[in-house]
Design a protein around this ligand. Sequence first.
Ligand code: ADP
Ligand code: ZN
Length: 660
Amino acid sequence: MEQPQRTTRVSILLPYKFNMAFTYETDVPLVPGALVRVPLGRRVVIGAVWDDPPDMAVNTRKVAECLDFPPLPESLRKFVDWVGAYTLAARGDVLALTLKEKLLVPTPKRARKYEFGGADPTCLRPALSAVQENASVALRKEVRMGVFSVTLLDGVTGSGKTEVYLEAVAEALRNGKQVLVLLPEIALSVQMLSRFEARFGARPAVWHSELTPAQRRETFRAVAEGRADMVVGARSALFLPFVALGLIVVDEEHETSFKQEDGVMYNARDMAVVRGKFCMAPVLLVSATPSLETVENVAQGRYKKIDLPVRHGGAALPKVEALDLRQAPPERGRFLSPLLAEAICKTLARGEQAMLFLNRRGYAPLTLCRTCGHRLSCPNCSSWLVEHKSMPRLSCHHCGFTTQRPLRCPSCEAEGSLRPIGPGVERIAEEVAELFPETEALVMASDVILGPAHAAEAARRVAEREVGIIVGTQMVAKGWHFPHLTLVGVVDADLGLAGGDLRAGEHTVQMLHQVAGRAGRADAPGHVLLQSYDPSHPVIKALLSGDLPAFLDQEAALRRPGHWPPFGRLAALIVSAEDERLADQTARALARAAPRQPEVEVLGPAPAPIALLRGRHRRRMLLKTSRDIAVQPLLRAWLAQVPIPRNVKLDVDVDPISFM
Ligand code: ADP
Ligand code: ZN
């Protein structure tokens, strides 16, 4: 007689471009979430036992090996399924955000270099002010209850939001839970990490793109084994296999860099809320300039809100003034108004520091031929080449193409006729050096501050006053605390408004308000000067008054009637191909199949603002629905009708932030 079959079947989700889980046979019982190796074609690949019912009919192969690793928790498996369904990404691609082959190379215990855990919630607890204490009590209560909730911690810059949320972190640690803090620019957040360390007497585990493979592997395992109790990370940290997550903090929740723009297009701020729901953990959104989305969620009673209305220690909020460039223009060939230069001069004379903000890397955003008007542009993208003196060359900020600065105009061959047009931070630094030759200036931009070590060194030089003037891009807007910095000059306050997408005004207010918030954080009062050609613009007025809620009310009034977010839903389709005609044909085929029903609108196809990117022609369409109509079923039905040719790429961006 034959032995009865002892094998059973399991579903395995593979971290590759498949939405479905595959069925395999196994001789040993495997719990859901268990990590395995399985044959796939001629390879053996990693995968995770998934919750889908296995297919009993198909012929299958056997699981090759079960790995010595804690199974992925159910909360994470549900999260992966949910993110896939919401973003229309393949679940395998979402799983790949958690699970990568190279993360599981075994590390022998004695070879482990990094310590995790050991955070002491009582190490250095500051005495909180009465408002801070109230906020802290409320947040600690959320954490203790251990149920899902979302709270906006809305406090002016320097009010102690960080101190207060660290109290919530401490509470979670006391309860034996893990904590995840998401920061927008973790690799550069040196000051923040030192604060965590000072507060808890231990370094948090960090998770971002600059980690070495060994750090990555060990952190991944430490999180899965529950040894890492405090993780500070970039958006991808949301996909770490936490076993006992008790709190998620999203610091600077309004930041657009929480949106991943390629691969699985997800917004970590929104997905943090979903992750919190599956883990039954409270979620804390923190900002001095909350997004209209979050403010509307508060207004609808979906999120709670806690306010910190004053700066800590009696520091006043900085005084903000506009400098009308029509009345006090810079000299020819310069970019700083004499009034701004004078203010810098006085600041330096008092032994204080000044910061000039311009959200443009490089020396000049455009190079133009004075003879024929030719502009140097990228061969692969519809964009100008940006001159960089630090390198020195011209480069495309979209695809990374670089070239030497030509001696002759490539079009008319005139010699010596190419001129830089407009400023980037390097050009402002040059002007500063001419105006204040005695003063040390420091450029802070992502192409010169290349990682945590550089950022730490920059922070040290500023703190020790080796530097008098900081010239920076958006990198300087966030999180820094420079006690001697009292003057902030915004070189071009009109800059962000030009492109004019849905949120241009909101994002400009948020960024400039954050930059302004760097001034006067200690004893000496802060002062902010906004250079503008249009000081009566609502954005500039909002910055002058500091009344951000009133500005968001105006924004809401503009967006509500047309069902623009957050009062409606959006999904963008981006069709791209090397062959322009093929891109157009596919976009038109999509347009013909577009959903037609009430409260659903399809805009486009139209050439994307960056119509050519890395050699691919791009067309965009936008699906807009009222809030009570989900876009995913519409998109699925729509896309199922249109075959996409092999040489064409279709990207689906649900809740788009960028419209480029
Ligand atoms: P925010 O996050 O709101 O910008 P921070 O938490 O960074 O504010 O606080 C601003 C500064 O004030 C920091 O240097 C912080 O250490 C300090 N600070 C805030 N609250 C307290 C407190 N209760 N005791 C001592 N220092 C505090
Ligand atoms: Zn390019």
